[in-house]
Design a protein around this ligand. Structure first.
Ligand code: FCB
Length: 413
């Protein structure tokens, strides 16, 4: 196993916020645009221009800089770059290069995601990643994107949440392609793991110094009762959902990206039932998406990841709420958990809040409000929420440490 290394020309700790292209730029010739047109999003919502980040990214980056951050995670929309098979639109690549350059000139290190759930329509119609030969066009897209962005971008995430992608699209049928075929879970996640590994070599060929990672969603699984069957089920859920993919690709990673949001209570009958609050459970606050707030879960998972002996970057952590005081408390509690894990020796090198600004939350449409920056969708006006000051204070203080920077509001969780 390699020892944790971190390039000397990067800040010792990345303090950032994240977005993904479709969620902030809106619909293109991709599978989600078709999904929305088919009425599959809550309230029949369409992403449209979303928050028009495509045109307003400079203003958004100005705000992230003013908050005090030093990094920005965003994704490149493949369907803009290659709207038809083999036809590359150089203007789209120029655009993303410009976003990366604009971030850099504001002191924000760009971290670029190469696949964040969406597929070009033509690629989806061929069967997406499940089709034979799907790897070749995907790796070609990886290569051309990295080649274009490498002068500005030191950090690439190949897949965002590969297992969530497979579960939602192929098992639960709630996202495109809308299938309920659980037997495909294993084959498809293996294929994505192989592509994650192959992309490593492709990226290194284009940008030898760039860091390559994956943004892996992890859940804090807890047994709903002390019964041994439920404890075994919780342990198994962790092995399969949290660990297996990472173990398969760990020898081709420069860092582990952790996306962390919540805990799940597990019983042997319901091993993976998000939003299941067991009767007599501890209760506690839930977000507008009914996700339980569990800062200790972040600490537990960071400690578990330490065994990979790789730098860890929290690539997403955030809360959907219209109550910004709740967001402040969420941030304080999670950043304190992060600092505790760091102080205990876990090699954490970054924290990205999800999301930089309010955006299109997939099948839930525009309802959930995740942003450090509030967006008025009628006017596209931006307003930095007070909670952003919490993250800004930590960012200005350098790598996380205990005791934390003074809190604007005090303890609420
Ligand atoms: C993650 C996704 C991100 C966003 C947040 C709330 O699973 O990566 O796009 O939807 O959840």
């Amino acid at each position: 196993m390699p020892a944790p290394t971190w390039p000397a020309d990067l800040p010792p700790f990345l303090w950032g916020a994240a977005t993904s292209a479709h969620q902030v730029e809106g619909g293109t010739d991709n599978d989600w645009t078709d999904w929305e047109a088919a009425g599959r999003v809550r309230g029949q919502a369409r992403s449209g221009a979303a928050c028009d980040h495509w045109h307003r990214y400079r203003e958004d980056l100005d705000l992230l800089q003013a908050i005090g951050l030093n990094a920005y995670r965003f994704s490149v929309e493949w369907s803009r770059v290659e709207p038809e098979p083999g036809r590359v639109d150089p203007a789209a690549l120029d655009h993303y290069r410009e976003v990366a350059r604009a971030a850099r000139t504001r002191g924000l290190i760009p971290c670029v995601t190469l696949h964040h759930f969406t597929l070009p329509r033509w690629f989806a119609r061929r069967g997406g990643f499940a089709a034979a030969g799907a790897g070749r066009p995907f790796l070609a897209q990886v290569a051309r994107t990295v080649r274009a962005l490498a002068p500005w971008v030191p950090c690439f995430v190949v897949f965002n949440e590969p297992l969530i992608y497979v579960l939602m699209g192929y098992v639960r049928g709630e996202w495109p392609p809308g299938l309920r075929q659980p037997h495909r879970l294993l084959t498809l996640s293996r294929r994505l793991a192989r592509l994650q590994q192959e992309a490593y070599a492709v990226i290194k060929a284009e940008a030898p110094g760039a860091l390559v990672g994956v943004a892996k969603h992890q859940v804090h699984f807890l047994p709903a009762t002390p019964r041994w069957r439920d404890r075994a089920a919780a342990a198994l859920a962790g092995r399969l959902f949290n660990d297996a993919f990472l173990e398969a690709v760990a020898d081709r990673l420069d860092f582990i990206g952790l996306n962390y949001y919540t805990r799940n209570w597990v019983t042997a009958r319901h091993p993976l039932t998000p939003g299941f609050h067991p009767p007599g459970g501890p209760g506690g606050p839930v977000t507008d998406m009914d996700w339980e707030v569990d800062p200790e879960g972040l600490e537990v998972l960071l400690h578990r990841l330490a065994r990979f002996r790789l730098p860890i970057v929290v690539t997403e952590n955030g809360i959907a709420t219209t109550d910004d005081g709740f967001r402040t408390a969420f941030l304080e509690a999670h950043l304190a958990a992060l600092a505790r894990a760091g102080a205990a020796g876990v090699p954490i090198r970054g924290y990205f809040y999800w999301a930089a600004l309010d955006n299109f939350e997939w099948a839930l449409g525009f309802g959930p409000r995740f942003g450090l920056i509030a967006v008025d969708y009628a006017t596209q006006a931006r307003r930095v929420r007070p909670s952003a000051a919490v993250l800004g204070a930590w960012a200005r203080a350098g790598p996380p440490s205990a005791p934390p920077p003074p809190s604007p509001t005090g303890d609420r969780l």
